[in-house]
Design a protein around this ligand. Structure first.
Ligand SMILES: Cc1cc2nc3c(=O)[nH]c(=O)nc-3n(C[C@H](O)[C@H](O)[C@H](O)COP(=O)(O)OP(=O)(O)OC[C@H]3O[C@@H](n4cnc5c(N)ncnc54)[C@H](O)[C@@H]3O)c2cc1C
Length: 414
């Protein structure tokens, strides 16, 4: 097979990149070993986080570190047996979680997140998938006054960016979410701008169908490696090679495994996460996503039921699933909403691809001309896929990107 560009990975990031390239007139082949949108882009919490400019930092307070070390928390968990392989990433993440680095990430995030709603709106309209998106924002719940006070600075910064984060009183909250139980809460913040998706895998698949309508080709194959081929690139698959002038590596948490053999070893790690759906008990319902980040879980109203998602688990990517965080979250989740039985046999598991500074890598691979990198979007790849696709496609086709792409270059780790 031959094309102008081969995109590896049909998650939200790869599909969006393939569309942006096709819209620039390129002949694009999109390769995935599964159907589009069946991995990380399938199982996330579905929030299109317009407000998500503040990075998730590794805790630096001694009391929190000790609590995490005991491994009984809901928001974070680790496998002792995986520590030797995940420790180098954790150490870099810890070091990058200082005020100066967090500020740089926040600033680099501002232009990225600014375009996320428009970029999704554009794709959803062309894909005929607007009914999968709800535009009501999400609610962040706080159980302690101190935690609520601690986010005042962040909320003021969001306001400075023109975003709305209101503090509904009991009456307003009862109108927004009549079945949310608020008796144990110190307060709630309503982030009004973000959108939510009732089926993230279906939205990714709908965008993939749009790509095909634009003339793109999707092939279901497993990629085993890539190598230079004259002035272009050859992607080796289980069903023969695909040759192209350029390749975009957008394989989410698997990207590092495909890149390392080329000699470019970037410090990407993963944060595993889980979900399980529950039927509401009785006639209760939620219309918005509820986030309890003190306990690291999310309640997201989705097509199969209320999706309960977990916080971060640090373990080898291929280690057996251990959804203990979901079990720990359930009593806390039931404090907020009457959940019935799970409708899933097993918990779903995925992995957020993350860099220590919580910024993705987007741009041409240093020393490997024609190989473009678009991965590591961490907690917000579902949000950022369409913007990331536009940015990388603009750079690849010699167009001026809408904003400075230099903060996302792989060279920042050299
Ligand atoms: C529990 C949880 C909750 C989350 N909540 C949110 C949220 O609310 N909002 C948000 O914005 N983000 C959220 N995220 C993060 C988001 O889901 C990810 O950042 C995003 O899905 C990454 O997209 P991607 O396209 O890079 O990767 P993926 O969706 O994983 O796509 C990568 C693709 O590459 C393919 N691939 C890999 N290797 C090969 C190979 N060798 N050959 C062929 N194909 C290959 C895979 O099959 C896969 O389809 C969450 C993540 C988790 C785990």
């Amino acid at each position: 097979m031959k094309a102008d560009v081969t995109v590896i990975g049909a998650g939200m990031v790869g599909v969006s990149t393939a569309i942006a390239l096709a819209r620039h007139g390129a002949d694009v082949v999109l390769i995935d070993r599964r159907a589009p949108g069946r991995e990380t882009s399938f199982g996330n919490a579905g929030v299109i986080q317009r407000e998500g400019v503040h990075p998730y930092l590794f805790p630096r307070s001694v009391s929190k570190l000790l609590a995490y070390a005991l491994n009984r928390r809901t928001e974070a968990h680790y496998h002792l047996s995986s520590l030797p392989s995940v420790a180098p990433f954790l150490w870099r993440y810890f070091r990058a979680s200082n005020a100066g680095s967090a500020r740089r990430t926040y600033e680099a995030n501002i232009p990225l997140f600014a375009g996320c709603l428009d970029a999704h709106a554009d794709l959803a309209a062309d894909a005929g998938a607007e009914e999968l998106i709800t535009k009501k924002g999400w609610l962040r719940v706080f159980r302690a006054d101190a935690a609520l006070r601690a986010v005042a600075g962040e909320l003021a910064e969001l306001e400075g960016l023109g975003l709305s984060a209101s503090r509904p009183d009991a009456d307003a909250l009862a109108k927004l979410e009549p079945h949310l139980k608020t008796d144990r809460l110190a307060g709630v913040v309503h982030y009004e701008d973000p959108w939510t998706c009732s089926d993230p895998g279906a939205l990714t698949a709908a965008y993939a169908s749009l790509f095909e309508r634009l003339g793109g080709h999707i092939v279901e194959r497993s990629v085993s490696g890539l190598r230079r081929d004259g002035t272009g690139w050859r992607v080796e698959t289980d069903d023969g090679p695909v040759s192209a002038q350029a390749v975009v590596l957008a394989a989410g948490p698997w990207s590092k495994a495909l890149l390392d053999p080329l000699g470019l070893k970037l410090p990407m790690g993963i944060k595993r996460g889980y979900h399980r759906h529950h039927a509401p008990a009785g006639n209760g319902y939620l219309t918005r996503t509820i986030v309890d980040d003190e306990h690291g879980f999310v309640l997201a109203p989705m097509a199969p039921g209320v999706r309960v998602t977990s916080g971060a688990e640090f373990a080898r990517h291929d280690a057996p699933p251990t959804p203990v965080q979901l079990e720990r979250a359930m009593p806390r989740a039931r404090d907020l909403f009457d959940l019935g039985a799970s409708v899933d046999e097993n918990a779903w598991m995925g992995a957020r691809p993350v860099f220590p500074d919580m910024l993705p890598v987007m741009g041409e691979a240093p020393g490997l001309p024609g190989l473009w990198l678009n991965f590591g979007h961490g907690h917000q790849g579902f949000t950022l896929g369409p913007v990331a696709g536009q940015l990388v496609a603009a750079m690849m086709t010699g167009k001026t990107p809408g904003f400075d792409p230099s903060p996302y270059r792989a060279e920042r780790f050299s």
